[in-house]
Unconditional design. Structure first.
Length: 366
């Protein structure tokens, strides 16, 4: 294999593929990238046993072939070059690749190409989604997925059909996010899949407003194609929790407030929540909202806000980080906080849309 490519374009392709690799792979071959040249098309692939990212770029091809090179090393080498053309040549019998640019030359050991695992071949019917809508939906739901690998179901995001579009759901058992994308192309009726949040977080990095995303579903895998990039991942096997039973049918207490102002106030008051387990208390009464945080031996902070409130006077406490996360991803200028009492789940919603909700469990305080 032999080709030439501009440093910036090659570095970007290598960097994207490397994001799917693990620094400590269970199989040493997965610490490499696979470069496959056909004509002037170079396909760069990186992955672990869960996620695979493939990038296709146009290069000046000279000799077709395949090379498997250490992911971090090849990426670091190419990034170290100054702007200009980079040449990679593997047409030697010593098992080494020559990487050169300007007056810099490197020789790098290669791994056997036949040991690199092939990507899953998905034969499902692809659907197309607008990348802008999907990017916003992923930004809203991915953060609420769990990081606890002992509960793998909760580390994923549920994708399912809802009405005339797609529904995204995630929960870590402390909060729950539901985002509907009405009018988008649906999954097959009744289809439910759980996609690893790590894969969706990587996908969101290369979504733009202008692109469409082609989604192909297999029996155990799903792939997302955006332009010349393809991300595929294994689905999480199991039954997602019955999240709809967690959503209160009604909330007799309703607070309406400006979202950005509340977010800023929570961030200020949080400064006195010095312990990770210290909650922020919200006291709601007629047209008034008070925020308060207290840390013994340090001090306390409080702030009054104008708000519209209907219901019984109520105090409810939340984990400040989870509350901030919810306020940051809830769309709109005005939001509502619906509550039943100080212990049952509360709901954050935008005033002008029914396509999003953020459920947050209160913290019990004495």
């Amino acid at each position: 294999m032999k080709f030439r490519c501009e440093r910036e374009e090659l570095s970007e392709a290598l960097g994207l593929a490397q994001r799917a690799t693990s620094p400590r792979p269970s199989n040493p071959i997965l610490g490499n990238l696979r470069l496959h040249l056909v004509g002037n098309q170079l396909t760069v692939t990186g992955g672990d046993l869960s996620i695979t990212i493939t990038s296709v770029i146009t290069v000046g091809g000279e000799t077709d072939g395949v090379a498997v090179l250490p992911a971090k090393l090849i990426n670091d080498i190419v990034r170290s070059f100054e702007s200009g053309a980079v040449e990679i040549d593997t047409d030697f019998e010593d098992g080494r690749a020559r990487i050169s640019s300007g007056r810099s030359n490197f020789e790098c050991n290669m791994s056997p190409a036949e040991e690199y695992p092939s990507a899953a071949d998905l034969d499902g019917e692809p659907i197309t989604l607008g990348a802008g809508d999907l990017a916003e939906g992923l930004r809203q739901v991915v953060k609420a997925a769990s990081n606890d690998e002992s509960r793998p179901i909760l580390t994923g995001v549920l994708l399912t059909t809802e009405g005339t579009g797609l529904r995204l759901v995630s929960t870590d058992s402390y909060r729950l996010v539901v985002r509907d994308l009405p009018g988008t192309t649906q999954l097959p009726v009744g289809e439910k899949v759980i996609v690893p949040s790590r894969a969706l977080n990587e996908l969101s990095r290369f979504l733009t407003e202008e692109d469409d995303v082609k989604v192909t579903l297999g029996d155990r895998d799903i792939s997302f194609e955006v332009g010349t990039l393809r991300l595929s991942t294994k689905l999480i096997d199991g039954e997602f929790p019955n999240y709809e039973n967690l959503i209160p049918e009604s909330q007799p207490n309703r607070l309406q407030v400006e979202r950005v102002a509340l977010l800023a106030a929570v961030k200020r008051v949080r400064l006195m929540a010095r312990d990770p387990n210290t909650p922020i208390r919200l006291t709601m009464s007629a047209d008034s909202l008070e925020l308060r945080a207290t840390t013994p031996d340090v001090g306390e902070a409080s702030e009054q806000m104008d708000a519209i409130y209907s219901g019984e006077e109520l105090q409810v406490a939340f984990n400040p980080e989870y509350l901030i996360d919810g306020l940051e991803v809830t769309p709109g200028d005005e939001i509502t906080l619906g509550t039943v009492d100080g212990l049952k789940p509360a709901l954050l919603r935008p005033v002008d849309s029914g396509d999003f909700l953020y459920l947050l469990m209160p913290v019990r305080v004495t």
